[in-house]
Design a protein around this ligand. Structure first.
Ligand code: TRP
Ligand code: SF4
Length: 545
């Protein structure tokens, strides 16, 4: 153990959740960067919420019908719009899960997390997809096609061995999937180089195929909605992949035919202005209805008058510059003069073909008004309008995508402390490691233990700082929460010494590897039956080094 001062009080033990041991007090936190091709380490996961708008998984955990152990243990710590997936799962509605793997080396226990996440979503009733990111491996990591074939095979055997049902789900390699290529081409027409510069730090030296692989990944992420229908889709990945998720969420929206917003009159409102105009409308409409029952009497100038004296409640003021919103809303209302204020949903033509725009007009029920680039509908809710827009789009040659969701897991600490890295064999355990080597690596791992057994009994170990504890929580304990809780509380209470603890973990690791490798052999046959070319015989260079 390399820390010299015990930090006094051991962390509270026995809670249902621990932090999995990846948060290290001694790591600098200032430099948050999410780089898909950089080194995968994150100083402080909490920063990702603030900086990038990733949301805490805790916020949705309660909505997940039967959460996976990685969710229960806080290993999955963040998400984007996973509520949509959880809701579909709870209501037996369609949803999908997809993730991809760059075949740059052997699959290891870190990849197992992602395999398990895909498989779990499949078992919960989702459409499941696993892909081999061969274009990315070739263009961004310089892997030759032969290397890619070999590694791809190993990834897929492990995915199948862990329980992926290939009859129900789909496995593909990027280069072989024509639909993905076409979709990437389409999505690429809505992205430009400046954006890639800003998101990925690409510059004039970045090779063009690398950029193409990014576009391909955005297509991967939307592919489940292309092969079937638009549906909530979760992308389980490490947080380093979040830039891809963000970009894809944007592109999914940019290719939509129509944008649906809410409006009150002919002019446009931003979200903050709308909130204020709504307050004005609600107050005045209630009055008008009280007087003569006709709410359409509310006019822009009345609302302006009302708004001028309005002080929004504290709770609405968060981070928003309400003074500016109020000033601009007032300008718009005053300019509106005697125009009546009436709530409506507005369909903007964003990318629609002429036929699709005509079809939309037809499809809107109730009172509507058609303008040059938009249609206002007075009898539809926002939700109804969204459905109409999506249906018309799909019927007329568009995609109708929903924004994809994501979940993010913590990176495992390396067995030797520091990062888990494929270039340091002792730091990680490959799913192909000889079970005895796996055993040995665990026995040799760094721990959160004290210098002497005596100290350990007195102060307890630091499970939160211990790669061995992580092994239990992330993998070895499987679904058995009792085991992780026992290890944790015995450790921090000083009842558990590292020697025995590692012996137990090492044996579990050996068993896991034995079992997994047996299942990999059985999976050979399944893989043969799949329609996937792992002997691509493709010509090419060694890639970019
Ligand atoms: N970029 C991912 C990686 O580095 C691989 C990948 C390609 C991927 N397409 C994807 C991951 C789609 C998730 C979803 O590992
Ligand atoms: Fe880690 Fe186990 Fe030692 Fe605790 S007892 S520090 S969990 S190896």
């Amino acid at each position: 153990m390399d820390e010299d001062t015990p930090d006094g009080e051991p962390p509270a033990a026995g809670g249902p959740r621990t932090d999995g041991g990846t948060e290290r007090a001694d790591e600098p936190t200032e430099d948050v960067a999410l780089d898909p091709w950089g080194s995968a380490s994150v100083g402080d996961y909490a920063d990702l919420f603030e900086e990038f708008g990733i949301e805490a998984f805790d916020d949705v955990a309660d909505d997940v019908p039967d959460p996976h152990y990685l969710m229960r243990r806080g290993v999955i710590f963040g998400h984007r719009e996973y509520d949509a997936v959880a809701e579909a799962m709870a209501n037996d509605e369609p949803f999908a899960a997809l993730s991809g793997f760059m075949p740059t080396g052997d699959p290891h226990i870190g990849h197992k997390l992602v395999f398990d996440e895909i498989i779990w979503h499949q078992q919960q009733g989702g459409d499941a997809f696993g892909l081999i990111a061969d274009l990315e491996a070739h263009s961004a990591r310089g892997m030759s096609w032969d290397e890619i074939d070999e590694h791809a095979r190993n990834y897929l055997l492990s995915l199948l061995a862990l329980g992926f049902d290939a009859d129900e789900g789909e496995i593909y390699r990027q280069s072989d999937n024509r639909a993905v290529q076409d979709l990437g081409f389409e999505l690429g027409s809505k992205a430009n180089f400046s954006e890639f510069e800003a998101i990925y730090g690409f510059d004039g030296e970045t090779n063009v195929s690398h950029m193409q692989s990014v576009v391909t990944q955005t297509a991967d992420i939307l592919y489940p909605q292309l092969v079937d229908e638009p549906k909530p889709t979760v992308i389980p990945v490490g947080p380093d992949q979040d830039p891809h998720v963000r970009l894809t969420r944007d592109l999914a929206t940019r290719v939509r035919y129509f944008k649906v917003t809410e409006a009150f009159a002919s002019f446009e409102l931003d979200d903050d202005e709308r909130q204020l105009v709504r307050a004005a409308y609600d107050a005045l409409a209630a009055d008008a209805a009280g007087a003569d029952g006709d709410a359409t009497d509310v006019r822009c100038e009345d609302a302006a008058e009302w708004l001028a004296d309005y002080e929004p409640p504290e709770s609405d003021r968060e981070s928003v510059d309400l003074a500016a919103a109020k000033a601009s809303a007032l300008d718009k209302l005053e300019a509106g003069g005697k125009e009546p204020l009436r709530p409506r949903v507005r369909f903007f033509d964003r990318n629609a073909t002429d036929e699709a725009f005509e079809a939309l007009i037809e499809a809107v029920e109730g009172e509507k008004r058609v303008f040059e680039g938009h249609v206002d509908a007075f009898d539809l809710t926002r939700g109804e309008a969204e459905s109409v827009a999506r249906e018309v789009e799909i019927d007329n040659g568009g995609f109708g995508f929903r924004q994809p969701s994501s979940i993010y897991h913590r990176f495992m600490t390396g067995l030797t402390g520091g990062k888990m890295s494929s270039s340091i064999p002792a730091s990680h355990i490959s799913l192909l490691d000889d079970p005895e080597d796996g055993y040995d690596k665990v026995k040799a791992a760094t721990t959160g233990g004290r210098d002497t057994a005596e100290e350990q009994r007195e102060l307890g170990g630091e499970a939160d700082e211990c790669p061995v504890y992580e092994l239990y929580a992330y993998l070895l304990a499987g679904d058995d929460d009792e085991l992780t809780k026992t290890v944790y509380s015995e450790c921090v209470n000083g009842e558990r010494l590292c020697g025995g603890c590692k012996e137990q973990a090492a044996e579990l690791m050996r068993e896991f590897l034995e079992d997994h490798q047996e299942k990999r052999e059985e999976a050979e046959e399944l893989l043969e039956d799949l329609d996937i070319d792992l002997d691509s015989d493709r010509r090419g260079t060694g890639g970019e080094h």
